[in-house]
Design a protein around this ligand. Structure first.
Ligand SMILES: [Zn+2]
Length: 174
């Protein structure tokens, strides 16, 4: 008798559990547990131009993120010698914040100023023009976002005459 009673409780539990899980949306579950696992996504500068420059696009992006359990969005200001427009970035930031998301900026340092003698998306950082452009990009992004993720393209493989001189007796790795 005792055994069949516990089976009955187990059956009841199995019935109730899926119902209670279904009552909480993925968005709510993700928000309640973001100290354990935070799901983020990046809108590249080109994504910002293509998808976040009008209200319909932003609405679709917000819905997709909610449906996917994304709670933190990175909105990129620069990539591949393209700077996203200020009003587009500011509007997207405001809309995502109003919808309850954590929002940060991002910069991908590809095709900044003078191009490297190596990989053609990488830059020559001994070049004063590259340094000035890098400063402009980060000042611009920091004027919009409180936090900036820097994509891992921030390195150089340039071996131009000025970089060789600047290297001196050190190895390229040094
Ligand atoms: Zn160089």
């Amino acid at each position: 008798m005792a055994l069949s009673k516990s089976y009955r409780y187990a059956a009841l539990l199995l019935l109730v559990l899926p119902l209670s899980l279904r009552a909480q949306s993925l968005w709510e579950l993700a928000n309640d547990n973001k100290d354990i696992l935070k799901i983020s996504t990046l809108f590249t500068a080109q994504n910002v131009r293509a998808y976040l420059s009008n209200e319909d696009g932003i609405g679709s992006a917000v819905k997709w993120c909610r449906d996917t359990g994304v709670t933190h969005v990175f909105i990129e200001a620069f990539r591949g010698n393209y700077t996203a427009e200020r009003k587009t970035l500011e509007n997207a930031k405001a809309k995502f914040k109003a919808a309850g998301f954590d929002v940060s900026g991002c910069v991908t340092t590809t095709r900044v100023g003078k191009i490297s003698t190596g990989w053609n998306v990488i830059s020559c950082y001994t070049n004063k023009g590259t340094q000035a452009e890098l400063k402009r990009i980060f000042e611009y992004t920091a004027s919009i976002f409180d936090e900036i993720m820097i994509d891992d393209f921030l390195f150089t493989d340039c071996q131009c005459g000025k970089c060789k001189t600047a290297r001196g007796d050190q190895s390229w790795a040094d």
